[in-house]
Design a protein around this ligand. Structure first.
Ligand code: PMP
Length: 460
């Protein structure tokens, strides 16, 4: 039997039907997909875009608020929201205005403007950490923070949780298997052994955490306050506080990556749970969907970073390179959009709208599970919720992964897409934005209900 309790044969029949329907409904996407194969590797501008549940990529014409429109004229309620890049809706009016304003005033000079100072002040006031840096992506933020952490602690080992994702940062591409750290499967072109300087342990395991830190070689624990990339996994009560307490006890730093969990609260889980990290990372929605990442650090870190930099500069006689930064980082366009986002879009009012809708959605999933007598569960945190194919919410990445039934997940996602609803690919996560309505939420639940009813009617 499958993890989900749904027979594979039924899923296969259901999937074949939905693939056929997609191809019939989307002639323009199909034609563009065929054309794209002649110039784009894998037929898409970024290879992940070929990994959705659809038989060929769904080509988007435009997006606005909680909706997007495909090239064949269908409209969709979007609960994926660019996997958080558009967490505050597609093209919010203040961001569209900021783009137009800055568009005529220069996009990148490799010099700061007043917007940069205002953003620094806004970030410090909002997130409580005094000093900030701006990057092009959350991946970059994590890479640079890791470099700083190694520099200031003079330790090499990075500690992460099994099943984590923090962007395409080499050092986090490890898993925990039978008590050992191993390479994550599927890595392409991996030249060196990542397990040399990275260690992976199960989430919610205080004993493993202490044992890993007690070795005395850990520069930092890099973690999300709740896992959101292997399915959602919430921390046990007090677990994140233990992460803070034990990293401090063993001289390791705590890096909190709130790139996804920023959907929980205007100051992230960091503020909500009083996590007091040494470094804090956000990317994706921080500039309203314009590529941008940030990281903040404590005053103590800033001091230690300055000392490390000074000694690195002395060693290199002023001709070295920090190994951090990209040319377009903190460009004028990103800074102007981040300012508009922080001032006008990423507001308490936005969260006040999103959070109850996500609750309504999670309740709807639970009702469906009960109605169809499925052994599934729902995990919710802030504006996110997810149904998982296991009877109780997972406590570790391995448990979340054991609940995967990829073919079923893809089949249900495709069923929803064929009826104008998009949820986050690769697992079953949903996100509500300030433009999502209660009717949108109800439509997702009703459509999923119809899909599950059809699926269960197929003899297994
Ligand atoms: N951190 C977390 C927690 C993420 O979920 C992601 C992306 N899913 C990243 C970092 C990387 O973001 P990006 O791909 O925008 O660099």
């Amino acid at each position: 039997m499958t993890a989900s309790g749904i027979a594979q044969q039924a899923v296969d029949i259901f999937t074949a039907r939905e693939r056929q329907r997609f191809l019939e409904q989307n002639p323009k996407s199909v034609a563009l997909a065929e054309r794209a194969h002649q110039s784009l590797y894998a037929g898409v501008p970024m290879h992940w875009m070929a990994d959705w549940s659809t038989p060929c990529p769904l080509f988007v014409e435009r997006a606005q608020g909680a909706r997007f429109y495909d090239v064949d004229g269908h409209d969709y309620v979007d609960f994926c929201l660019g996997d958080t890049g558009s967490m505050f809706g597609h093209s919010p009016a203040p961001i569209a205005r900021a783009l137009a304003e800055q568009g005529a005033r220069g996009l990148t000079t490799m010099l700061p403007g007043e917007d940069a100072v205002v953003c620094g002040e806004l970030l410090a006031a909002r997130f409580g950490l005094p000093y900030w840096q701006v990057t092009a992506t959350a991946t970059d933020s994590n890479r640079y923070v890791l470099r700083w952490a190694r520099a200031v602690t003079k330790r090499k080992t990075l500690l992460v949780f099994d099943g984590c994702y923090h962007g395409t940062v080499d050092d986090v591409m490890v898993r925990y298997r039978d008590g050992e750290t191993v390479h994550r499967s599927g890595l392409v072109g991996q030249a060196y052994d990542l397990t040399q300087h990275s260690r992976s342990i199960p989430f919610n395991d205080v004993e493993a955490l202490e044992a890993a830190l007690a070795q005395g070689d850990v520069c930092a624990l890099l973690c999300e306050p709740a896992m959101t990339n292997i399915g959602m996994v919430l921390p046990d009560p007090g677990f994140m506080q233990k992460c803070r307490e034990l990293t401090r006890k063993y001289g390791s730093l705590l890096i909190i990556d709130e790139t996804h969990t920023i959907s929980t609260n205007i100051g992230g889980c960091t503020q909500l749970w009083n996590l007091d990290p040494d470094f804090f990372v956000v990317g994706k929605p921080i500039a309203g969907g314009v590529p941008c990442g940030i990281f903040g650090c404590s005053a103590e870190m800033a001091e230690r970073m300055a000392a490390s930099r000074k000694s690195a500069q002395e060693d290199s006689h002023g001709h070295g390179h920090s190994g951090m930064g990209t040319t377009l980082s903190a460009n004028a366009l990103a800074m102007h959009c981040m300012r508009a986002n922080l001032e006008q879009v990423m507001t308490q009012a936005a969260y006040d709208h999103m959070l109850p809708l996500a609750k309504r959605l999670a309740d709807g999933f639970r009702t469906l599970i009960t109605k169809h007598d499925l052994k599934w569960s729902v995990t919710e945190l802030g504006a996110r919720s997810e149904f998982q194919f296991c009877p109780v919410s997972p406590r570790t990445g391995a448990e979340a992964e054991a609940a995967f039934h990829d073919e079923l997940q893809m089949a249900l996602h495709l069923y929803l897409i064929n009826r104008g609803i998009l949820i986050t690919p690769f697992h079953n996560m949903t996100l509500c934005c300030p433009d999502t309505t209660a009717a949108d939420v109800d439509r997702l639940i009703e459509t999923l209900d119809a899909g599950i009813t059809e699926l269960l009617a197929i003899p297994g």
